[in-house]
Design a protein around this ligand. Structure first.
Ligand SMILES: [Zn+2]
Ligand SMILES: [Zn+2]
Length: 232
């Protein structure tokens, strides 16, 4: 709990649109407190025809070193490459795993600048080559413990720790080419976190790390996100 409160303070001090009255630790990057479906139908969040295949410029909370303040910066988000998806983040929360990376407790974990965050709800903006299980407009949850569906771990019934996309706090680049999809306005690469990086208006993930959800699920009541809070 202490860690959670500390995390709340971090975000309260650094993210201007943090909703301190929320019963959860949701950060309101965009959207209303109604269901996801309401958000999408009442407000035109983006037009995939205008953004697909192009670099998107948006806001993100970035850390530039251990225990450094979260900085709201304008960043560039590349289009998704093969078997990747680009997502518009609607809501995101923080837990102690983010805080551990923020503190830089393990030297091997230190990769800066970086976008943290691994618990969120979003909307698919566009998909890369080969992605067939989700499409633009789908509501999804990013998964930090993804599943490729092909490796021996994914095929066995006794484990879901995928060989490629299992939880790995040391991984900071995309699987496809070992590069970042985020960069500053000056072209400086910004590192990924835990297969997800959700403290940004747009993020890019491997398609193995997203799960499609019911668009009518109210995001602030989302059972999965609640479970994650309990688990971590
Ligand atoms: Zn967590
Ligand atoms: Zn796998």
């Amino acid at each position: 709990m202490a860690m959670l409160l500390q995390a709340r303070r971090v975000l309260t001090q650094t993210l201007p649109r943090y909703n301190s009255k929320s019963p959860q630790t949701f950060v309101k990057l965009l959207g209303s407190t109604h269901g996801l479906h309401d958000n999408v139908t009442k407000r035109k969040l983006f037009n995939p025809n205008e953004t697909s295949g192009k670099v998107i410029t948006c806001n993100a909370a970035i850390i530039r070193g251990p225990r450094q303040p979260f900085l709201m910066e304008t960043i560039r988000v590349d289009p998704p490459k093969k078997m990747e998806v680009r997502i518009k983040i609607l809501y995101t929360s923080i837990c102690h795993t983010d805080l551990g990376a923020w503190k830089g407790e393990n030297e091997a974990q230190q990769a800066f600048p970086r976008i943290l965050g691994h618990e969120a709800v979003g909307l698919v903006e566009s998909v890369g080559e080969g992605v067939t299980d989700v499409k633009a407009g789908d509501h999804v949850i990013p998964i930090f413990n993804g599943e490729c569906g092909h490796c021996s771990y994914c095929k066995t019934k006794t484990s879901n720790l995928c060989q490629t996309y299992r939880v790995n706090p040391f991984k900071s680049v995309m699987e496809h080419d070992g590069k970042c999809r985020f960069s500053t306005k000056d072209g400086e690469p910004i590192f990924h976190f835990l297969n997800t990086s959700t403290f940004t208006e747009y993020t890019v993930l491997d398609s193995a790390c997203v799960v499609k959800i019911d668009p009518n699920a109210p995001p602030q009541e989302d059972d999965l996100v609640k479970l994650w809070h309990l688990y971590w």
